[in-house]
Structures are given as C-alpha cells and as structure tokens.
Design a protein around this ligand. Structure first.
Ligand SMILES: NC(=O)c1ccc[n+]([C@@H]2O[C@H](COP(=O)([O-])OP(=O)(O)OC[C@H]3O[C@@H](n4cnc5c(N)ncnc54)[C@H](O)[C@@H]3O)[C@@H](O)[C@H]2O)c1
Length: 331
C-alpha cells in the first residue's frame, strides 16, 4: 500500500522513508493538506498529516470520498482535526501521544533565556562589530517565580529546568502533578499565577476551554516586566491583545514558537512575499519579542520518536489493533 504524507520537512523526509521502508511505500509531500491539496490523497487508504494540515469537516469529507480510511497524525496535538466528523465518516485517527517532552521544554527555555538576555540583538550587534552593552541588560532568574500553565509532560520538564535555575514554582492545571509538587510547586488560581510570576510558560493543549486563555484581562494581570513564553498552541493567546500591551512598552520579553494564524505561514518560505497578516508583521517588530516557526519539537530525538510511533500506528491500524494513540473511533 502507498501512504501519502503531507507537510513533510526536508530533514524529516529521509527519516520517514527509512522508517516505512520495510512496511509500506510512502510518498512524502512538502505541501500541507487542505481543501486544495485533498485531491492528491484520492486512492490512498492512509494519509499522514502534521499540525498545520487542515482536517476540518470539508477536507475530511473530501478524503473519505477519495477512499481514505485512516489519518496518522505526526504530532501530539490534534486541534487541527475535527474528530467528530472523522468518527461519523468511520475513519480511524491516530496521533503520537508521547515523544520527548524535553524537546519542547528545552526550547521553551531557549526562548525564555534568549529574550531575557537579548541574545538575538547581541548576536546581530557583534556581527556588525558593535560591542556596546546598552539595552542588553537581562535579569537573574534565580529566586524569581516561574508560573507553569499546564503541568503535564512538557510542563513538568519545564518546571524541572526552572527548579534547576533556583526558581520558585507556581502551577495551574485541572489536575495536580505530584512530581511538580515534589519540586515545590504550589498550585494556585490562574489569576494569582499570572500576577505573581516573573516568567509565565504555556503548556496546556488548545481546546474550547483553553482558547484565548491569555486574553486582554490575563495580560493586564501579568507583571509589567514579566517574560511570557508560548510553545504550546497559538490559539492560547489573544495575539491582538498582546500586541496592544507590547505597544504600551510592557514585558521584558515574549517568546512565541506558535501563532494563532500560523497555518499557511509557518514551515514555509514567505521571504519574498508581502505578509498580509498585520498582527504578525507588527509582532516581529518589537525588540523584546522573538517568534520562531513551531520548531520546539524539532530535535533528532523527538522527530525520530514521532516517525517510529507513526509507523507503529499505521501497522496497528492495518493489523486491526487498538493502542492508546487512537483518537477515533473513541472506544
Ligand atoms: N511547539 C511544539 O513543537 C509542540 C510540540 C508538542 C506539543 N506541543 C503542545 O504542548 C501541549 C502540551 O503537551 P504535553 O505533552 O505536555 O501534554 P499533556 O497532556 O502531558 O499535558 C497537558 C496538561 O494540560 C492540562 N489541561 C488539559 N486541559 C486543561 C484545562 N482546560 N485547564 C487546565 N489544564 C488543562 C492537563 O491536565 C495536562 O496536565 C500539547 O497539547 C501541544 O499543544 C507543542
């Protein structure tokens, strides 16, 4: 059987081809699955997708008409897939429920420290032989407070690093994580976490309850000199409200690996085109903001695990086995 894989990065392609080699043929495409590209999947029982593929109702219906019965998503998050519609269409949807949480947690810390210590600006200056320190002053994090919204696998890994820096830990989650409490984390209401934290990092999934978790009110609750990091999903932050606060000169630094309207932009080269998204265009002009294009997971270790698990998910589907990675059918 040939599997068609959408949204494949150049670095990922050999890993995917190698992992499927002894099992199925795989056709790797750099285009993302959407209304326009769905016809490419016609005749393929299994499609393999990534976070910025659109698996809303119209695309799923088009896939079903073309004979697709299974979606193998190469990520943990699945907010891009309409699971109810996939279920109604009798499809199987599987994801990668576990891979190195360190990949994302370490990257969230990379963003936090880069904005705190003005690393990008410093590098730009030294390349220009400008060795002044003006404007590059950061802050010690030792003794300060890290607020972790979402203390699951990635949030816990983030909290462990914060603990290593000697930070106090505040947490917010629907379920308390005993491993985080052992690090000294105190669970508090969201408003208190935002008001007391010097560094706020987001690690909850995007779902209706968490959409725009960081809205205008939440941003106003934060300390003026806080650092905000989002390596989870862009929809957790009201970006227009964030831009409004940044215009007031607030926040030491903001590190964003995700953006609510990233689909159609992130993972693609848009360097020679006019960017139509004014919010993103404004965001990247602030000297205290660093935007990366959804690369937190992008380590050899994590991508290797994602690919291996995706192959396992496909083999489970073809053998009629169910695993903890299956989202649809629901039971
Ligand atoms: N940027 C990237 O490359 C990248 C890569 C992987 C994952 N992610 C994002 O990171 C998120 C977290 O991943 P994880 O592996 O730690 O997931 P996880 O399931 O281990 O942890 C999520 C935590 O969020 C909590 N939570 C769920 N709903 C909540 C709600 N309504 N209110 C408060 N807390 C809630 C859960 O109780 C859990 O502790 C993923 O959902 C994904 O969006 C991003």
């Amino acid at each position: 059987m040939e599997i068609v894989a959408f949204g494949v990065q150049a670095d990922e392609k050999p890993l995917i081809e190698q992992a499927f080699r002894d099992h199925h043929a795989v056709r790797c495409l750099d285009v993302f699955l959407n209304d326009d590209t769905a016809p490419i999947a016609a005749g393929h029982e299994i499609v393999c997708t990534s976070v910025n593929c659109d698996l809303g109702a119209p695309v799923l219906r088009a896939l079903a008409v073309g004979g697709t019965r299974m979606v193998a998503q190469r990520s943990t998050g699945f907010n891009n897939i309409d699971l109810d519609v996939a279920g109604d269409l009798g499809m199987t949807v599987a994801r990668v429920s576990y891979y190195s949480p360190y990949s994302v947690a370490e990257f969230a810390w990379t963003l936090a420290m880069a904005v705190n210590r003005r690393i990008v600006r410093a590098s730009t200056r030294t390349r220009d032989f400008d060795f002044r320190l003006d404007g590059l002053m950061g802050r010690d994090l030792h003794g300060r407070t890290a607020g972790v919204l979402g203390t699951g696998k990635i949030g816990e890994a983030f909290a462990r690093i914060a603990h290593g820096f000697g930070m106090k830990l505040l947490g917010w989650d629907v379920a308390e994580n005993p491993a985080c409490m052992q690090l000294g984390m105190r669970y508090v209401p969201k408003e208190r976490l935002l008001a007391e934290s010097d560094l706020v990092s987001l690690h909850v999934p995007l779902m209706p309850e968490t959409s725009r978790l960081i809205d205008a009110d939440a941003l106003r609750t934060m300390k003026d000199d806080a650092i905000l990091v989002n390596s989870s999903r862009g929809g957790l932050i009201d970006t227009a409200a964030l831009v409004a606060e940044l215009r007031e000169g607030r926040f030491t630094g903001v590190g964003l690996d995700v953006y609510e309207a990233e689909a159609g932009l992130f993972f693609l080269d848009k360097s020679l085109q006019a960017i139509e998204d004014d919010t993103l265009a404004r965001l990247v002009t602030f000297p205290n903001v660093l935007v990366t294009s959804h690369q937190a997971y992008y380590t050899r270790d994590a991508v290797g695990q994602i690919v291996d698990t995706t192959v396992r998910n496909v083999l489970d589907y073809t053998a009629g086995r169910r695993s903890e990675n299956v989202l649809v059918p629901r039971s």
